[in-house]
Design a protein around this ligand. Structure first.
Ligand code: FEO
Length: 408
C-alpha cells in the first residue's frame, strides 16, 4: 500500500490490521483496527509522527522510503510509547541518523525499555513548547494518562491538525480512512472511549481544555478514522462523556453509597439491610442495596462509577470470597478510582477471611478504606445487627467528611 495524502505535504504512513479481533487482552475488535502514523514533508526536512506495531514494520518503512530519505528526517515525534505505536521506533531511530526524538519527560523514563541499544538523540517537550521546521509550527500539549502517563498530543498549527494520540481513536478498520468516507464507526468510537479513556476522565477534561485553545480542523488519532468532517462533534462527545457522573448525571449535592451483597442463607443480606439503615440515618446520602449475584456486569460498572462509597458484603466460601465479588472489583480497571471510599462485611461459618480480602483488594485499588471489615459469625443477633447499623452510620459519616485515622 502507498502513503495516503491527509493534507498538503502530510501523509498517512500507518498500517491497517483488518484481522485483529482482540486488542490489549480486554477489547474486542470486530472491525479490526489500524495503527496510524503520519509524515510531514517540508523544505527543511521531514517529521515522522509515531510508528506502528513491530510486525507491520515492512509496510511502514516502505511508505516512509517512498516519501523521503532517512537522512531527511529531522524529528520523530513520539506521542505514546505503547508497543502498537513504538514497535518500529528502534529501527527508525537507527535508520534516521539526523533525527531528534521529541517526547515527554515521562517518556524519557520509559524509552530505554523500548529502545534497548544505541544513543538516542532526544528533547523533552510539554505544553508551551514548540518547534519550527520549513515554515511549519508543531506545538506540543501535555496530555498524560491518555492512555499512559507519558502521552502527549501535538498541533500542526498552520494546517490546523491535531495529533491526538489515542484520544479520539477507534478500533475500526476501513481503508477509506477518513470519517466522511468510512462506514458508521460510532459504536467503535464509544467502545474505545469506554475501555481506554473512561478510567481517565479527569485527564480527558484537562486535555480538552488544552485542545479548546487550538484551532483544529482535522484530528489525526493513532487508531481508526481520521476526523475531518466535524471534529467538534467528537470533541463534544468526549466532553459530555467525561463530565457525566453516573447514568443520569449524579444525585446533586448528595453522596451515593452502594451496598453490594452476596448471600447464601440470608445472613449477609440481613447485615446489608442494617448497614443500609445506618447509612440512611445520616443526611445527604443516597443509599442503594444490590444483590450482586443478580446484576449484569455493565450495570455493576455504571453503579460503581456513580458511587462515592462502595460496601461489599460477602460470605466466606472455601476460604475465599465468591467470584462475583472479585468480578465487581475487576470492573474498577475500567473506572476512575480516585476519591472512592470502600469497605467490606460478611457473615461467615468457619474462617471468615473474605471481608478482609475484599478490604485489602480495595486498598490495592487505591480506595480509601477507613473501617475494619465487619464480620459476624453465622446468624446475626439483634446486638450484632445493631453493630451493623453503627458500621453503616459511621461509613456514611466518613463519606460526609468525618475524619478518621487510617492505617497506612
Ligand atoms: Fe494505541 Fe495506548 O496505544
Amino acid at each position: 500500500m502507498k502513503p495516503i495524502l491527509v493534507k498538503k505535504d502530510l501523509y498517512f504512513v500507518g498500517v491497517f490490521d483488518p484481522d485483529i479481533r482482540t486488542f490489549d487482552i480486554i477489547m474486542k475488535t470486530a472491525n479490526g483496527s489500524s495503527y496510524n502514523a503520519y509524515l510531514l514533508k517540508t523544505d527543511d526536512g521531514v517529521v515522522v509522527f509515531d510508528g506502528v506495531k513491530e510486525e507491520f514494520g515492512e509496510e511502514y518503512f516502505s511508505k516512509i522510503e517512498s516519501l523521503c530519505d532517512y537522512d531527511e528526517i529531522k524529528y520523530i515525534i513520539v506521542h505514546h510509547l505503547e508497543p502498537d505505536h513504538s514497535g518500529t521506533l528502534p529501527i527508525l531511530i537507527s535508520k534516521a541518523k539526523n533525527a531528534k526524538v521529541m517526547m515527554s519527560p515521562q517518556a524519557n523514563l520509559m524509552i530505554k525499555a523500548v529502545v534497548h541499544s544505541g544513543e538516542i538523540q532526544f528533547e523533552t517537550v510539554w505544553s508551551g513548547k514548540s518547534i519550527q521546521i520549513g515554515g511549519k509550527t508543531i506545538k506540543f500539549l501535555s496530555t498524560p494518562y491518555l492512555h499512559w502517563p507519558e502521552t502527549i498530543s501535538s498541533v500542526l498549527v498552520e494546517d490546523k491538525v491535531l495529533f491526538s494520540g489515542d484520544v479520539f481513536g477507534s478500533h475500526y478498520f476501513d481503508k477509506k480512512l477518513f470519517d466522511d468516507l468510512v462506514g458508521d464507526f460510532d459504536y467503535a468510537f464509544k467502545y474505545y472511549y469506554d475501555h481506554i479513556m473512561r478510567p481517565f476522565k479527569r485527564h480527558v477534561l484537562n486535555a480538552l481544555r488544552l485542545y479548546e485553545g487550538e484551532n483544529i480542523e482535522l484530528i489525526a488519532p493513532l487508531h481508526g478514522p481520521i476526523i475531518r468532517q466535524n471534529p467538534i462533534k467528537y470533541i463534544n462527545l468526549y466532553k459530555s462523556w467525561s463530565e457525566q457522573k453516573g447514568i443520569f448525571g449524579g444525585k446533586g449535592d448528595k453522596k451515593t453509597i452502594s451496598i453490594f451483597y452476596l448471600t447464601s442463607y440470608k445472613n449477609t443480606k440481613d447485615m446489608a439491610e442494617s448497614i443500609e439503615l445506618g447509612c440512611e440515618s445520616e443526611p445527604k446520602v443516597v443509599v442503594n442495596v444490590y444483590d450482586l449475584a443478580s446484576l449484569e456486569e455493565n450495570n455493576v460498572l455504571n453503579l460503581l462509577e456513580e458511587s462515592d462509597g462502595i460496601l461489599i458484603g460477602t460470605p466466606t466460601i472455601n476460604g475465599d470470597a465468591p467470584k462475583p465479588a472479585w468480578d465487581a472489583l475487576s470492573c474498577m480497571m475500567l473506572l476512575e478510582k480516585t476519591g472512592k471510599t470502600g469497605g467490606a462485611f460478611g457473615s461467615y461459618g468457619w474462617s471468615g477471611e473474605a471481608p478482609n480480602m475484599i478490604n485489602d483488594r480495595m486498598k490495592a485499588l487505591k480506595f480509601r478504606v477507613p473501617l475494619e471489615p465487619l464480620k459476624i459469625k453465622l446468624i446475626p443477633t439483634k446486638d450484632e445487627l445493631d453493630k451493623a447499623y453503627l458500621f453503616g452510620k459511621e461509613f456514611a459519616q466518613i463519606i460526609n467528611g468525618k475524619m478518621v485515622e487510617m492505617e497506612i
